[in-house]
Write a protein that binds this ligand. Structure first.
Ligand SMILES: [Zn+2]
Length: 351
């Protein structure tokens, strides 16, 4: 068989350099014991990790021209894509594939989760195949957990592969990164996402253009906007409320922050929400700069264009720059575990 002809039927848009690299590994059999997949959310890192795993586990590897083949006993053990939906923190979606992710309410991937994974990887495999562990939110691993994992990586075993998924390489222990193959995922161009939405979902050009821009280079986010009306509406509402924000006095702004965070939000959930609010704010601030410089056609939030142009008139450039500075500062506060509400209030008081 001509090895170069292997096709990967993995649902990934963009980031061809990653597919090419992993295709080569699957073709030559030169597989690293540890990988770090790094890049912003919603680029398909977990999708690629699970499909790489399914391909390594596929019993027709070396025979089939498509990986994973979808036909062999191993491929039939899992439903493609399921790994990301698995509910358990250590979910075995295949006898030889294990997923660890941070519990929603927890701050870290815990030492217990990591020990369970290491134990699972040390067992002999089903039909002498690979044993694969995927660790999502790897940058939240406690130092105890990271040390335990490091011991496993230091004594590489044949056919054991660990894939760490992270948004920030700097937050992973250097000792782990230096032992791993690092693959960087990049944002996908707006035009590629636009073409994809039109072709795959048959939606109109205007809607496709708007969603492609809103998603800031993240295909999975564009698809979520399209398929999850509730998610889209809440994003739209937040955007509008942030645009009106600067017309309010301080009391009004604090009340708006309370409303955006909701009565129940606390802990990591509130921090995640505050991060998304800051991200939307940042996008709007950039849009306002574009409006100010007469480049309205390039704005991300085309969906609220009229409101943008209106807000642009009341916020001169120096104030917008100050706003961007305070958003960055608030992001640092969140990283340092400052109360999410206080971090947002800091921005509210800045302009
Ligand atoms: Zn197969």
């Amino acid at each position: 068989m001509n090895n170069s002809a292997i096709q990967l039927n993995w649902p990934l848009l963009g980031n061809e350099h990653i597919l090419n690299y992993l295709r080569k590994s699957l073709t030559t059999g030169e597989v690293s014991g540890s990988y770090v997949f790094v890049g912003p959310d919603d680029l398909g890192k977990t999708t690629v990790a699970s499909h790489f795993a399914y391909s390594l586990l596929c019993q027709n590897r070396g025979k089939s021209s498509v990986l994973p083949c979808g036909q062999c006993p191993s491929c039939r053990q899992h439903r493609l894509g399921r790994v990301d939906e698995a509910e358990d923190s250590l979910a075995s979606v295949h006898a030889d594939l294990h997923l660890v992710k941070k519990d929603k309410e927890k701050k870290n991937v815990s030492i217990e989760q990591t020990r369970d994974l290491i134990k699972a990887l040390s067992m002999s495999s089903f039909m002498n195949s690979y044993k694969i562990g995927i660790i999502k939110h790897a940058d939240t691993m406690s130092s105890e957990a990271a040390n335990a994992l490091l011991k496993t990586l230091e004594e590489p075993r044949n056919k054991v592969v660990v894939i760490l998924i992270s948004t920030d390489l700097a937050k992973l222990p250097e000792t782990i990164v230096s032992r791993s193959q690092v693959l960087r995922f990049h944002q996908v161009s707006t035009d590629v996402i636009y073409q994809y939405l039109v072709k795959e979902f048959g939606i109109g050009r205007v809607q496709a253009k708007n969603l492609a821009r809103l998603s800031l280079g993240r295909p999975a986010l564009a698809v979520k906007f399209l398929q999850d009306q509730e998610f889209y509406q809440s994003y739209f509402k937040r955007t509008e409320s942030l645009l009106n924000f600067w017309r309010m006095d301080l009391n009004g702004r604090f009340a708006a922050i309370n409303e955006m965070l909701g009565p129940k939000a606390s802990g990591q959930e509130a921090a995640g929400l505050a991060r998304r609010i800051l991200e939307t704010w940042q996008g709007l601030a950039r849009d306002l700069i574009l409006c100010n410089s007469g480049q309205v056609d390039l704005v991300q939030h085309e969906i609220v264009r009229e409101d943008l142009e209106l807000a642009g008139k009341s916020l001169p450039l120096p104030l917008i720059m100050e706003l961007l500075r305070s958003i960055k500062q608030a992001e640092d506060y969140l990283r340092a575990n400052v109360n999410p509400k206080s971090a947002l209030e800091y921005v509210a008081m800045s302009v």
